[in-house]
Design a protein around this ligand. Structure first.
Ligand SMILES: NC(=O)C1=CN([C@@H]2O[C@H](COP(=O)(O)OP(=O)(O)OC[C@H]3O[C@@H](n4cnc5c(N)ncnc54)[C@H](OP(=O)(O)O)[C@@H]3O)[C@@H](O)[C@H]2O)C=CC1
Ligand SMILES: Nc1nc2c(ncn2[C@@H]2O[C@H](COP(=O)(O)O)[C@@H](O)[C@H]2O)c(=O)[nH]1
Ligand SMILES: [K+]
Length: 495
């Protein structure tokens, strides 16, 4: 990356703009978004290890679209084992529906519908065959305790996996890409002809997953993140206290594909001890460590065995660290300095926190990050773990909170005595509640991935970069005034 005008101070994303360069990239679809950091991710986006952000649905969906979700450090090991097995049991192309039995009720359907962006529930019989599809509209005016069998109206379109050729739909490197694209096109056209945007897919008479029109399209553009057994990848975090090696070994045994050693202050002795403990296991998967904001800390963590260093202190939307301690660093400069140091030392960095627009992702990657971690923005989607709530005006939102907030600290230290628990809660560095509104136009995390990757592809083709390495090389950034930033925002009404 080159600066148009050399900075004299540390900068964050809003301080910068990118100028276009002469380009040989003639289509934005020709741009390759694969990360070069050993994770195998086909898009450079990671869902943060925050309780309000990443659970099984987020991790599954991120991996299906080529990214990664990190399960938080607070999740107990037995839950991690179940969740990792569940994620690895999901289809790499077909989406996971909400399912209920014909004897379940309208209220069950309405309660579960918000867990997916489909706005639908598939009703299956005891043998797993599809008996119908219930949508929110089918529930209107119905007794909330009526059985789903009594509200099933239409014969839904059900696709047959065999007819569709879903054998080709494995999404892996060995997959027959042309055959898969044909299958997906056939499914799209069948849905179009039937006037529906959602179709259950059965294999041997049993529900195997669902396809949506958008999902079928997406699977022709995105490539899933799969492990060597062709299963969706998942990452998990480990704190630096307690039995680090024990937890890391259990995570590896559960099939976790990337380990994230996570603490507020990553440049500390306990982190070096934790890294030594984890590297001692010969984990055979990339190890991420953080968080830091200096080149020196980055180099030392890589020398201690980290493959990737997580960069960002204080930019997070839930984070009060800068206001409490003055510690941190404007995120763009932190990523720029740490990325250069990491590459010199043979490692990479993930830019973690403070991303609110697609432009921020482009800037972090231009600054040299191999991937960008997003928390709060993704909390406001159907795939995050929280319950969908309505504000007084009827807008949908989900609650988010920081992992260093009093709420998270209380959760994390549940097993400690009241004295210890209250003592630890004194050190909160995050907010315990915030509303992340669900964008009615982009309610699912895949809608946000579409938006971010579209922006990024375009950003890269403006720079004449066909991949992220070329983007880092070719990007030209300038520093702008607040008025310059403001000029770039759309104007929804006259002034
Ligand atoms: N990216 C960011 O800006 C930040 C992120 N977080 C996130 O919050 C979560 C909880 O993190 P964390 O607070 O580390 O978890 P813990 O409260 O479990 O702290 C982990 C260990 O680090 C020590 N520690 C914490 N802060 C500092 C510090 N400033 N200097 C020296 N030692 C410290 C703690 O000791 P003791 O409690 O005795 O001091 C403890 O031993 C993580 O997910 C983390 O990523 C938290 C803050 C900033
Ligand atoms: N200082 C704190 N940082 C936190 C806390 N919880 C999470 N985080 C960090 O934020 C990013 C995500 O940033 P976002 O802007 O996308 O929300 C996350 O990965 C952590 O590094 C917290 O309580 N305090
Ligand atoms: K902040």
């Amino acid at each position: 990356m080159r600066f148009l005008n050399e900075p004299t101070t540390d900068l964050t994303y809003s301080d910068l703009f990118l100028v276009p360069s002469r380009s040989d990239v003639t289509s934005r679809l020709d741009v390759d978004l694969a990360a070069d950091d050993g994770t195998g991710s086909a898009i450079p986006l990671v869902a943060a290890n925050m309780t309000a952000v990443t659970g099984k649905r987020m991790a599954e969906t991120m991996a299906r679209r080529g990214g990664l979700g990190v399960l938080p450090q607070d999740v107990p090991l037995d839950v991690i084992r179940d969740v990792a097995a569940w994620i690895k049991g999901r289809h790499p192309v077909l989406e996971t529906p909400v399912t209920l039995a014909p004897t379940d009720t309208v209220i069950d359907a309405l309660h579960l519908m918000g867990k997916r962006p489909h706005g639908a529930v598939v009703v299956v019989d005891a043998a797993g065959a599809v008996t119908g599809v219930v949508r929110a509209a089918d529930c209107e005016g119905q007794d909330r305790f009526a059985s789903l069998a009594s509200v099933l109206r239409h014969q839904p379109l059900v696709l047959d996996a065999g007819m569709l050729g879903t054998g080709t739909l494995t999404g892996g490197p060995a997959a027959d890409a042309a055959g898969a694209a044909q299958s997906l096109r056939r499914a799209f056209e069948a849905m179009d002809a039937a006037g529906t945007d959602y179709a259950p897919v059965q294999q041997d008479g049993v529900l195997a997953g669902v396809l949506t029109r958008k999902g079928a399209l997406r699977s022709t553009i995105y490539r899933p993140s799969l492990d060597e057994d062709g299963k969706l990848k998942v990452a998990a975090a480990v704190g630096i206290n307690g039995d680090v090696a024990g937890r890391a070994a259990e995570l590896l045994a559960a099939g976790v594909n990337v380990l994230v050693l996570d603490t507020a202050h990553g440049h500390q002795q306990k982190m070096f001890d934790a890294l030594a403990a984890v590297k001692g296991l010969n984990p055979g998967v990339p190890v991420v460590a953080g968080n830091v904001v200096t080149g020196e800390a980055t180099r030392e963590l890589i020398e201690a065995g980290a493959d990737i260093v997580k960069v960002g202190v204080g930019p997070g939307a839930m984070c009060t660290t800068r206001m409490m301690t003055a510690v941190g660093r404007p995120q763009f400069s932190a990523v720029l300095e740490c990325s250069a140091a990491a590459r010199d030392a043979g490692g990479r960095v993930w830019a973690d926190g403070g991303v609110r627009y697609p432009r921020d992702v482009a800037l972090a990657l231009a600054a040299g990050a191999s991937q960008v971690m997003i928390g709060s923005w993704f909390a406001g989607t159907h795939e995050s773990p929280g319950d969908l709530q309505l504000d007084a005006g009827g807008r949908q939102y989900k609650e988010s909170f920081g992992m260093a907030s009093a709420r998270a600290v209380q959760n994390r230290n549940q097993r400690e005595g009241a004295f210890e628990k209250d003592r630890k809660a004194l050190f909160e560095e995050g907010i315990s509640t915030s509303r992340m509104y669900v964008d009615p136009v982009r309610p699912g995390v895949e809608d946000l991935l579409d938006m971010i990757t579209a922006g990024l592809r375009s950003s890269m083709s403006y720079a004449g970069a066909a991949d992220l390495a070329a983007f880092r090389e070719r990007a030209v950034a300038g520093i702008q005034s607040a008025a310059g930033y403001e000029e770039g925002r759309p104007v929804p009404q006259s002034w």
